[in-house]
Design a binder for this molecule. Structure first.
Ligand code: FAD
Ligand code: NAP
Length: 452
């Protein structure tokens, strides 16, 4: 069988490594840091974690855990990042593949040679050859600042920073400061709430509205209330609209902009606290930033406030610094893939966890990894190239039509539907593989060359 390099040992990389390990592949998992867990390791020495001291998951424990290794029942429904990092660490020991991870080593460059085998250059100077790559380098570490910068950003005398660089390490970071937080995603919610307990003033600026979804409704994690695949979008929207109407009310009642999109048409903004802090007058909603002056922030409605810190919670870029840009890149965060895993042009590179589910990434990454193992061992065959391209085009059309046009909505999937569709696709692909006599789609040239 082909040998495989897994890039990264965050939750997606360890899911890939575990699948390869269980299926008997020859593989290495290369990890920059000295530990697994990626984003969930607060102050990770790789410098890539976007976690802050107070971070808790916003997808509930039972939606996030790997099905074959449940989180301890002693964990709360929405555990702290320390719990999550411990859990991923325990996962590696439970399945026994820690020795397959090369720690404190980065992949600097990866390119296919003339024979299609990947030359993977490590920052140790070594180059290794692999028949296949599983890319799991994460997509929430490369900060996206407002582009272009707001007029006056260069003269603002206070501090401007991205949420990625907010660690929460200093409990007095926001104390007595006037803080403007920009964005309506989950980073903005958490950081505005956190700042509101010590800052002199907090303004939450947004260029569009969002439906703020609570973590709990009716005493249950909301993401566990409706978990059935195949329910038409309109029905689910009507259901959630009613839930939110009853449980939360209109966003305008809190002074937030009215969302111009329907429920489930944007990545969920989940917070139990933001509406309460607004309702208590501790956070003041504002429209988008229009410009900055030396000491103030001016908003789109012409209002102006004095500010000491502006925190841009403006999301992330999807980047693969180890690929040449003309080989594989995601301009505007957009990398078209067959079911978010298979590259339409490169048959021996696979992406794990490179998607934004309405739900958690981890169980999806586990299924994707298993699926790739099926493929590499000849037990799953892809549809024909035109069928793959048509499938990608259909999926993309559906997604872009449904979601608000934004760089954060380029890889959205519905958790339950995505997994249910994969079950079907794997069944079709298993039949195709049988018809093709279980031929290996990726020849193990690197393995053969090493043996020779
Ligand atoms: C603040 C925040 C909170 C979040 N909360 C949730 C949540 O509650 N639920 C949820 O499902 N998702 C959440 N997410 C999404 C997040 O992306 C996933 O939780 C998860 O971290 C994805 O895991 P990953 O392995 O794909 O990426 P990461 O966790 O980013 O791990 C990538 C790994 O790859 C390594 N790596 C990168 N480049 C290289 C290289 N060149 N060579 C070697 N190693 C490399 C890194 O060191 C890192 O260990 C959150 C994201 C953020 C930013
Ligand atoms: N577990 C948790 O509690 C938790 C906490 C934080 C983050 N996360 C996750 O981490 C991921 C990233 O979240 P995020 O909140 O950092 O980023 P995000 O979801 O990409 O949200 C970015 C926000 O910034 C806005 N924005 C971007 N560029 C802008 C600009 N130039 N001017 C004005 N507004 C701009 C976006 O608006 P548009 O919609 O208009 O583009 C959006 O509201 C998500 O998957 C999220 O769920 C989870």
């Amino acid at each position: 069988m082909p040998n495989v390099c897994v890039i990264g040992a965050g939750s997606s990389g360890i899911a890939a490594a575990k699948a390869l390990h269980q299926r008997g592949f020859d593989f290495d998992c290369i990890e920059k840091s000295d530990r697994v867990g990626g984003n969930w390791v607060w102050k990770n020495r790789n410098g890539m974690s976007s976690a802050y001291r107070s971070l808790h998951i916003n997808t509930s424990r039972e939606r996030m855990e790997f099905p074959d290794f449940p989180m301890p029942k002693s964990y709360p429904d929405f555990p702290h990042h320390t719990h999550i990092a411990e859990y991923f660490d325990a996962y590696v020991d439970h399945f026994g593949f820690r020795d397959r991870i090369t720690f404190q080593t980065g992949v600097e460059h990866a390119a296919p040679g003339a024979d299609g085998v990947w030359d993977v250059r490590l920052d140790s100077g070594e180059t290794r050859r692999y028949d296949a790559l599983m890319v799991a380098n994460g997509h929430h570490w490369d900060a996206r600042m407002p582009e272009p910068a707001f007029p006056g950003a260069e003269v603002f005398a206070g501090r401007q920073m991205h949420s990625h660089d907010y660690t929460g390490e200093d409990p007095n970071f926001f104390r007595d400061k006037r803080v403007v937080v920009l964005g309506m995603g989950n980073s903005a919610m958490d950081i505005a709430v956190e700042a509101s307990f010590s800052a002199a003033a907090v303004y939450l600026a947004a260029r569009r509205g969002a439906w703020v979804i609570p973590k709990y409704l009716f005493g249950r994690p909301l993401d566990q209330i409706s978990t059935q695949a195949g329910v038409p979008l309109r029905v689910r929207q009507a259901f959630f609209r009613t839930l939110l109407k009853v449980g939360v009310g209109d966003m305008q009642r809190y002074g937030l902009p009215k969302p111009e999109h329907g429920v489930l048409e944007a990545h969920p903004t989940i917070s139990d606290d933001i509406l309460s802090r607004i309702a208590h007058g501790e956070i003041a909603p504002k429209p988008n930033i229009a410009r900055l002056t030396e000491r103030t922030v001016v908003f789109a409605d012409g209002s102006e406030v004095e500010a000491d810190i502006v925190v841009y919670c403006t999301g992330y870029k999807v980047t693969f610094p180890f690929f040449d840009a003309d080989l594989i890149a995601a301009p505007e965060n957009d990398l078209p893939l067959f079911r978010r895993v298979f590259h339409p042009r490169h048959g021996n590179v696979f992406f794990i966890g490179l998607l934004q589910p309405l739900g958690a990434i981890m169980p999806i990454a586990a299924v994707q990894s298993d699926w790739v193992c099926d493929y590499l061992s000849g037990r799953y065959a892809l549809p024909s190239p035109p069928a793959v391209r048509a499938d990608i085009a259909t999926e993309r059309e559906r997604m872009f039509k449904r979601y608000v046009a934004s760089k954060r909505h380029t890889m959205q999937v519905d958790y339950d539907d995505y997994l249910a569709d994969l079950v079907k696709e794997r069944r079709y692909g298993a039949n195709r593989a049988r018809e093709r006599g279980h031929a290996l789609p990726v020849r193990p040239r690197a393995v053969e060359a090493a043996a020779a």
